[in-house]
Design a protein around this ligand. Structure first.
Ligand code: SF4
Length: 466
């Protein structure tokens, strides 16, 4: 979307260290970020200010909280398709304003493909592409609908195929993540136009990718759609289970999750060969004191290996945020990290009970004993149909060797690691790479939560309500 005459360099701070050298040749630094990258953004801004480089910013973090960044030279907010063109026109004529906003949504069928040449694929575990924006549901705690609307907008099948071709031409083979907040927002189009094209393309190209999307739980109601996704090369789906307590689901108006047997839905999706990863939330007003035990039990029973449990947060732009302001319960901005021990409002449940209960869930579901047992149960019941689930890459070999050293030799969880290692290697060798991946995920989850918990302890208290 930027002028082709501009010389461009991409610094993705997820995988790239950042130094003043990166700024040495810049006329402008353009920053795009989400809430979780707030602190990272501040360090970049400090360096830009120090070196006198002008900054242009856009993306969800700045669209939601523009007042938090008074030093940024230009803000192209909302969707870049709408605000970058007028900004660039004004910039060229020397009259660029500080802030550009646009209420109308972009027509993403005309959005150009990203400049894939700017990244080095070897730094990534998966490539990211986007098929749609917006979600037909309207969960109280989610700001997707305020950012992108309730009518899903989608790109054309030709755009997806061109992008897949492009990624393949970079030499990439492996995971491609659909970043859409709800991949199945337009199920009819998926079934009639998108998936048939992807299936044909994948077959023609000997299945170079496997796909991972995020979708609402009502995917379980559409067997035809799941079968087509599996045929297209989808191996995993991340769903928001949110909570196992029906009254809390009603509280957050999460339409697809209400009035259904959530475990049966998870099992149904899995029965077609899709692994279900899931997000859970505690801290709803209606959560009973037993919610923590029930959550632990649900995760064990559903065999969801990758279960991400977070405390409820109220980001700006959500109905929850507005409601908490009215009730005078809002405290501060969200950290953007949905796994830290922070909450930005006064909960109905006693604060110490909520935090202690949350820690109990984390300690239980990620303890090596429980985690590896869940993974083993899941793999025993998992019979994927996909022809190719993994592509041999140097990065995977390195990760496996590292896991042997760190988890198999140095770590106290080694007994569980070796049990899974040998069970998968000799019992279900096709799932061996997945078993190693889960082992690494488990280590990652434990480490992240230990860091968060240490941060709380270092602040001098465990869970005091101050
Ligand atoms: S279904 Fe997911 S993306 Fe859609 S509004 Fe609810 S939480 Fe947000």
């Amino acid at each position: 979307m930027l002028p082709s005459a501009w010389e461009k360099k991409l610094v993705d701070r997820n995988v790239h260290p950042f130094s003043d050298k990166d700024l040495a040749w810049e006329d402008y630094v353009l920053i795009s970020a989400m809430s979780i990258q707030r602190e990272s953004v501040k360090t970049v801004l400090d360096r830009c200010r120090y070196l006198g480089v002008r900054v242009i910013a856009g993306g969800p973090l700045f669209t939601n909280d523009p007042e938090e960044f008074p030093d940024i030279d230009h803000l192209a907010l909302n969707e870049a398709e709408m605000t970058l063109p007028p900004f660039l026109l004004d910039l060229r004529s020397g009259h660029a304003e500080r802030r550009y906003t646009a209420a109308p949504r972009a027509d993403i069928t005309t959005t150009p493909m990203p400049l894939w040449e700017l990244i080095e694929t070897k730094h990534y575990a998966s490539m990211n592409i986007q098929y749609s924006r917006g979600c037909p549901f309207d969960c109280e705690f989610c700001n997707i609908t305020s950012l992108f609307g309730r009518i899903p907008r989608t790109i054309r099948p030709d755009q997806i195929i061109s992008e897949l071709e492009k990624i393949l031409s970079l030499g990439w083979k492996g995971g491609v993540f659909f970043v859409d907040d709800n991949f199945i927002g337009n199920r009819t189009e998926l079934k009639t136009e998108i998936l048939p094209r992807i299936i044909a393309w994948m077959t023609m190209n000997n299945h170079p990718f496997f796909f991972l999307p995020e979708a609402s739980i009502n995917l379980a109601d559409d067997a035809e759609l799941i079968k087509m996704m599996v045929a297209a090369g989808f191996i995993t789906v991340f769903v928001g289970i949110e909570t196992t307590h029906e009254e809390s689901l009603h509280e957050c108006t999460n339409i697809p999750n209400r009035n259904r047997d959530l475990i049966t839905s998870v099992r149904k999706i899995k029965s077609f060969g899709l692994e279900v990863q899931a997000g859970f939330i505690v801290g709803f007003d209606k959560d009973p004191a037993t919610i923590f035990e029930r959550m632990i039990e649900f995760i064990r029973e559903s065999r969801i290996a990758t279960a991400m449990v977070g405390l409820l947060k109220a980001p700006r732009g959500t109905k929850l945020y507005d409601c908490l302001i009215t009730e005078n319960r809002l405290m501060n901005a969200v950290s953007g990290d949905n796994t830290d021990f922070s909450i930005n409002f006064i909960p109905k449940m006693n604060y110490e009970s909520l935090m202690t209960g949350y820690k109990k869930i984390i300690d239980s579901i990620y303890s090596p004993r429980n985690y590896y047992a869940r993974v083993l149960q899941f793999l025993k019941e998992y019979h994927p149909e996909q022809k190719k689930m993994f592509h041999m890459q140097w990065g995977y070999v390195k990760a496996t060797v590292k896991s042997v050293v760190v988890l198999g030799l140095l770590n106290k969880e080694r007994f569980h690691y070796w049990r899974l290692f040998f069970w998968s290697l000799f019992g279900r060798p096709r799932l061996f790479p997945l078993a190693i991946t889960f082992s690494i995920y488990g280590f990652h989850f434990r480490r992240i939560f230990e860091q968060h918990f240490r941060t709380i302890e270092n602040k001098g208290s465990t869970f005091s309500s101050s």
